[in-house]
Design a protein around this ligand. Structure first.
Ligand code: DGI
Ligand code: FE
Ligand code: FE
Length: 197
């Protein structure tokens, strides 16, 4: 694996200054969340830094790098394809071979059911990075530090409302992620009762 220093130098040259600042912000939040939830801090740092590494590629290049399944639906453009393309770039250009890190990069935009804690940390760090401005960011951040699952439920709510408001299609991975977390929550409440508000 390339050193953190080399990753940073290479990445900075590949991204716009705005995207670079966002990536460093996501790295910082990922490390904070990882410490809080006992997730591997080094993996969180690398995945956070590299999560948007494919952002400057053309859509055609992203399509070439993304797998067959990610290319199935025509209308998923750069907004979604930079995530699977980023996992390939992290492997090929940054020599990241750790499958947990690569998977966290792959899932950072859409999420999915049964995510690992590292995947949840990266998904949430991308959402709550302080450079992001949207109503509810701070509420999601507060939840994310209390519980990864509660943070993701709140983030999924925000994403789904945003997409519905703009008449955009919702990828099934988002719906599956939310359904799975809601059903785990119900199961937990059956056993332990509802937590106090
Ligand atoms: O790359 P970033 O801007 O840091 O953030 P991101 O990777 O989370 O991408 C956010 C974009 O992805 C945002 O424009 C909404 C879009 N997105 C997320 N889930 C879906 C989606 N777009 C569609 N059409 N459907 C989804 O389910
Ligand atoms: Fe992204
Ligand atoms: Fe991002």
């Amino acid at each position: 694996m390339v050193s953190q220093q080399e990753i940073m130098e290479k990445l900075k040259n590949m991204l716009s200054s705005h995207r670079w600042r966002h990536s460093v912000g996501v790295q910082k939040k990922a490390v904070e969340l990882a410490r809080r939830h006992e997730v591997d801090v080094h993996k969180a740092s690398t995945a956070g830094l590299l999560h948007d590494c494919a952002k400057s590629l053309s859509e055609a290049d992203m399509r070439k790098m993304a797998g067959k399944k990610d290319n199935e639906i025509e209308h998923w453009g750069q907004e979604l394809l930079h995530a699977p393309a980023g996992a390939v770039l992290a492997d090929q250009v940054f020599e990241v071979k750790d499958q947990e890190i690569l998977s966290a990069i792959r899932k950072h935009t859409l999420g999915g059911p049964k995510m690992t804690d590292l995947e949840k940390v990266i998904y949430l760090a991308d959402f709550i990075e302080p450079g992001r401005v949207f109503p509810g960011r701070e509420r999601i951040e507060k939840k994310a530090f209390e519980s990864l699952d509660e943070g993701i439920l709140e983030a999924a709510k925000q994403t789904i409302s945003y997409l519905v408001g703009r008449d955009k299609p919702i990828h099934l991975a988002v719906v599956e992620m939310r359904n799975q977390l809601l059903s785990s929550k119900l199961e937990r409440e059956k056993v332990y009762g509802k937590p106090e508000a």
